[in-house]
Ligand binder design. Structure first.
Ligand code: ARG
Ligand code: ZN
Ligand code: CA
Length: 311
């Protein structure tokens, strides 16, 4: 692989584990969110979004070199991928194995760059910040204006996405619902963001952001959240087969583990670790979880309309 990035581990769980140590309320919030979502999902069954909702997005570009100051076209290419993937209008959806094609569904969640900033002023939904920090880590420094990053816009109203250089082969990380507001959102390496400009194979189809926004909407990894590879943990989703651990690169179907034959792992799910061109689906069960999250802990993101200026 060129000077690029290798997928290692998802930093999201490491960040989550650190945050629940630091903020015991986050662990309690997550536990009650899980309870809530489960009762929404399994007691009412119909807790689906009834109409399409839009999430206002702000992208914070934090660059140390001018080459990392990605173009507006690159940002827009990422928004297009999010909209396609979350509505199951992605072209590669046709690659979903026949046995699972019936599970693919539209989440009714859409994304648009904010046209109004938190101050009420017109905006293109992109902020640009020069930094002297050479590579950020997963310690949320990029979200801190006093340490070479930039603070989020109101996290109850905007999905904040920071794009920067992340060290250690980390493609991105997210914060689950219920965490501290000042660090809420997702972070993605500039080489794994969007489909043009600085995006590098095999992570140049925008799927890192799809994966991280999945976490932000409370989806777990498809292989479960236990430490290490085990068949005894779960992603709390019924229609995703139990699988041993992450898959990488470009697996071929079927790939069996945990007695999940004959169809095996659903490695083409956005919440696995395969290359961008090898992931192309959320399941109906995952969509139900995200729908419940949008009406539960992320409900404040649903706004009726964007109004520009004061008139
Ligand atoms: N490893 C990343 C994480 O921390 C996600 C990997 C996304 N995979 C991809 N093909 N873009 O969550
Ligand atoms: Zn992840
Ligand atoms: Ca499952």
């Amino acid at each position: 692989m060129a000077e690029g990035i290798k997928v290692r581990n998802c930093a999201t769980m490491e960040v989550f584990n650190r945050q629940v140590e630091a903020f015991p309320e986050f662990r309690r919030a997550q536990a009650s969110i899980e309870n809530n979502i489960n009762s929404l999902l399994y007691q009412t069954r119909s807790f689906r979004l009834r109409e399409h909702v839009m999430i206002q997005v702000v992208v914070h570009v934090v660059y140390q070199e001018e080459s990392q100051n990605i173009s507006e076209e690159q940002v827009i290419s990422q928004l297009q991928v999010l909209n396609q993937d979350f509505s199951a209008r992605n072209r590669d959806r046709s690659k979903v194995p026949e046995v699972w094609s019936g599970l693919v569904s539209d989440s009714l969640i859409g994304f648009e760059l904010a046209r109004v900033g938190p101050d009420g002023m017109a905006s293109n939904g992109i902020t640009r910040t020069a930094t002297t920090v050479e590579g950020f880590g997963t310690d949320d420094q990029v979200k801190d204006g006093a340490r070479g990053g930039v603070a989020p816009w109101a996290t109850d109203r905007y999905l904040n996405i920071w794009v920067c250089s992340l060290g250690n082969s980390i493609l991105g990380y997210a914060q689950f619902p219920g965490g501290p507001p000042e660090t809420d959102g997702v972070v993605v390496d500039y080489r794994a963001f969007g489909t043009n400009g600085t995006a590098l194979e095999p992570f140049n189809l925008g799927r890192t952001t799809t994966h991280e926004v999945g976490h932000y909407l409370n989806l777990s990894h498809i292989f479960g959240e236990g430490r290490g590879s085990t068949c005894s943990d779960s992603d709390y989703v019924d229609d995703t087969p139990n699988q041993l651990g992450p898959n990488y690169q470009k697996p071929s179907f079927p790939s069996i583990s945990c007695d999940n034959g004959p169809h095996g792992d659903m490695f083409m799910n956005y919440m696995d670790y395969v290359d961008d061109d090898s992931m192309y689906m959320f399941t109906d069960g995952q969509v139900a979880r995200m729908n419940a999250t949008m009406q539960g802990p992320r409900a404040s993101l649903i706004q009726t309309e964007q109004t520009e200026g004061y008139d």
